[in-house]
Design a binder for this molecule. Structure first.
Ligand code: SAM
Length: 344
C-alpha cells in the first residue's frame, strides 16, 4: 500500500534516514523499587514534546508492531496480529523490507537481541490478549488502551456485544492508525473511540468527555508505556486508573525495574555519541528510566488482587527461550514483569 499523507513525506525520507528504535541493555545490576534516578543528559524528551509514527516515542509503536508482524510469520506464533503488517507496509522502508527478509541486519533480526525481542512481543501480546478475554468473560464492557499505539485488539479480538474500547494516544499516532485501517476497510469488532491526548495531562477528563462511565467496571492496559513517562506521570496514571475503576474492574501493566542510574547514563551517552557518527539507534534517549512504584505493589495496596508474572517465567511457560544474563536482551527480559489484577 502507498504511504498515506501526511506521513508520505516522512516515508520518502525514511529510506535515507530511517529512524530505528532499537532496544538494547547496558550491563549492570537491576535494582528493586528504584525511584527517580537522575535523568541523564542527552535526553531527546522534554515536557509536552510531540511525535508522529516515525519519530520519538511514536516510532516505538511502529517498532513493536514490526515485532508482532515478524512473530506472526513464524510457523508457531504466540499471537497473530494481521494488522501489524499493514502498518509496516504503510510506512515502508526498512519496516516493510524486514518482513520480506531484505534486512538481515535489522535490529529485530539479530540473534542476541532481535529474536528475543520478537519472542517478548509475541509473549506479551498473548498474555494481554488472555487478560482481556478474562475481563470480557467476567462481564466488563468498557476497555481502555492507555497508549494504544498500533494495538489492533479492537479489530482482532472477539469482543462481546456492547463493548466500548477507548484508545488513548497522541493525535498523529491515532491519525496514522485510522488512515491505514480505514484504507484497508478494517472494521472494529466493538465500538471504538479514539481519544487524542497526552498521558502526562488530564487524560481522565478526556476519557469522561468521551463517554467513559466510571460507575461501571472497566479493563485497563498500560503495555509498553511506563518507560516513556516520567515517574510523576506514572503516578498520575495509576491514580487515574484507580479512581476511575469501579469494583470488578481489571488492570494490566507491563512494568519494569529501571536500570542502574550510572549504567543508564553511560548508555545514553554512548547512544548520543553513536548518533553523532550517523548511527540510527534511538532508545535510551526516549526513556525516563524511572519507576514511581512497582505496579503489583501499588495496586495491591489499594484493594486490587494484583499478580505479577516475571517475563522470563512467562516466556518459559509459553515455550520460548530466556536469554542469558550476558546476552544483549538478557537484562531487558530480566527487568520486566507482566502484571494483571482485579479490583475487589
Ligand atoms: N501499547 C502499544 C503496543 O504495545 O503496541 C504501543 C506501545 S509503544 C511502545 C508506546 C506508545 O506510547 C506510543 O504509541 C506512544 O505514542 C505512546 N505514548 C508515550 N507517551 C505518551 C504520552 N505522554 N501520551 C500519549 N501517548 C504516549
Amino acid at each position: 500500500m502507498a504511504c498515506p499523507a501526511p506521513w508520505k513525506l516522512e516515508c520518502a525520507t525514511l529510506t535515507g534516514r530511517t529512524i530505528t528504535v532499537f532496544i538494547t541493555t547496558a550491563r549492570g545490576s537491576a535494582r528493586e523499587g528504584v525511584t527517580a534516578p537522575p535523568r541523564s543528559v542527552g535526553q531527546v524528551r522534554s515536557e509536552g514534546d510531540t511525535w508522529d509514527i516515525t519519530t520519538s516515542a511514536g516510532s516505538t509503536a511502529l517498532f513493536v508492531a514490526t515485532a508482532r508482524a515478524l512473530e506472526a510469520q513464524k510457523p508457531d506464533p504466540l499471537a497473530v496480529d494481521p494488522y501489524a503488517e499493514l502498518f509496516c507496509r504503510a510506512v515502508g522502508g526498512r519496516s516493510a523490507d524486514v518482513l520480506d527478509g531484505k534486512e538481515p541486519d535489522h535490529p529485530l533480526k539479530t540473534a542476541d537481541f532481535g529474536q528475543h525481542f520478537v519472542n517478548f512481543q509475541g509473549a506479551r501480546t498473548r498474555y494481554f490478549d488472555e487478560y482481556f478475554r478474562r475481563a470480557a468473560d467476567a462481564g466488563v464492557r468498557q476497555v481502555v488502551l492507555l497508549a494504544a499505539g498500533l494495538d489492533s485488539r479492537a479489530y482482532r479480538l472477539d469482543w462481546p456485544a456492547a463493548t466500548t474500547i477507548f484508545e488513548l494516544d497522541r493525535p498523529q499516532v491515532l491519525d496514522f492508525k485510522r488512515e491505514v485501517l480505514t484504507g484497508h476497510g478494517a472494521k472494529p469488532r466493538a465500538e471504538r473511540r479514539a481519544i487524542a491526548v497526552d498521558l502526562r495531562e488530564d487524560w481522565p477528563q478526556a476519557l469522561r468527555d468521551n463517554g467513559f462511565d466510571e460507575a461501571k467496571p472497566s479493563a485497563w492496559i498500560a503495555e509498553g508505556l511506563l518507560i516513556y513517562l516520567p515517574g510523576s506521570a506514572q503516578e498520575q496514571l495509576f491514580i487515574g486508573v484507580d479512581s476511575l475503576a469501579a469494583p470488578g474492574s481489571h488492570v494490566a501493566v507491563e512494568d519494569g525495574v529501571p536500570m542502574d542510574p550510572d549504567d543508564f547514563s553511560d548508555a545514553v551517552e554512548e547512544e548520543r555519541a553513536a548518533a553523532a557518527e550517523g548511527d540510527r539507534r534511538l532508545f535510551f534517549r526516549l526513556v525516563y528510566n524511572e519507576q514511581h512504584a512497582p505496579a503489583t505493589e501499588w495496586f495491591g495496596k489499594r484493594g486490587w488482587t494484583a499478580v505479577g508474572t516475571p517475563l522470563a517465567d512467562y516466556l518459559r511457560e509459553v515455550g520460548r527461550p530466556v536469554p542469558g544474563p550476558d546476552s544483549e536482551a538478557g537484562e531487558m527480559i530480566a527487568r520486566n514483569t507482566l502484571m494483571s489484577g482485579v479490583k475487589a
